[in-house]
Design a protein around this ligand. Structure first.
Ligand code: ZN
Length: 256
């Protein structure tokens, strides 16, 4: 029971009692996950061997993952884009920061020069690329900003290195844990790339304060991956695996 004093008219106070259930409780705010469907608008992303645009696959998969996560009701979920629009890479990070995201997940299905390479893989920010394939992927991914008017093309490698070194260790550790969960979960339901957890200087992962991962759900350059990703049932399976990983990540946080 909580006693409140109510002022009536000209300063006449009356005491009354409210039953506890009538007092609005401070509801714990659920963590916010930002899903970032890659590319969009004038930037189609990779174009599959049979002509599928990566931007459409990325958006369809992100909408499915948002639907699944929201249905479970454990967290808030928003997208950087929910339509076919172009958003520059720094703006994607900016959206997550302005909204106070607890986790940022960028979703892609890029192309590689080797069309035989297939399977899902997960990327975190690193000063040095773990391998040449990932370095190429990051370069191509970061070049999405060639579509931006007055983009950030002038960022020098030195500045990029300094920015990367400013990334807080905590954020890095969170990103690494998320990547580990993601790989473990995807492995249960989908084919994975060899060494599926990789690092490189992905611009879209450079929020210093938000654990961030980039998931390549497969490669549009591989005919089987492209055919799978065109199917809603396959995207739902991939989204389901990503959902489990995201839920496990939050469940393992100390204050969860
Ligand atoms: Zn992409």
């Amino acid at each position: 029971m909580i006693t409140r004093r109510l002022f009536i008219g000209s300063g006449v106070a009356a005491s009354f009692v409210l039953p506890a259930h009538a007092v609005p409780q401070m509801r714990a705010v659920q963590p916010l996950v930002i899903l970032d469907p890659g590319h969009g608008g004038k930037d189609p992303g990779a174009i599959g061997v049979s002509g599928t645009y990566e931007k459409h696959i990325a958006l369809a998969a992100a909408l499915e993952l948002q639907r699944q996560l929201r249905a479970a009701g454990k967290m808030r979920v928003e997208l950087t884009r929910s339509t076919d629009v172009f958003i520059p890479l720094p703006e994607r990070v900016g959206i997550a920061q302005r909204k106070g995201a607890a986790l940022f997940v960028s979703m892609h299905a890029d192309a590689l020069t080797d069309h035989s390479v297939r399977g899902a893989s997960v990327y975190t920010l690193g000063d040095h690329a773990t391998d040449s394939q990932t370095a190429l992927l990051a370069t191509r991914e970061n070049s999405a900003d060639r579509f931006a008017v007055g983009g950030i093309g002038s960022t020098s490698p030195d500045v990029a290195r300094i920015l990367a070194s400013l990334v807080r260790e905590e954020t890095r550790a969170g990103s690494a844990r998320m990547a580990q969960q993601m790989v473990g979960s995807l492995a249960q339901d989908t084919r994975l790339l060899q060494n599926p957890s990789r690092q490189a200087g992905f611009m879209v992962l450079k929020a210093a304060d938000i654990p961030s991962v980039l998931v390549e759900m497969g490669f549009m350059s591989n005919p089987q991956d492209e055919a799978s990703l065109r199917q809603g049932a396959h995207r739902a399976k991939v989204a389901g695996a990503m959902k489990r990983a995201i839920e496990s990540y939050f469940a393992a946080l100390p204050n969860a």
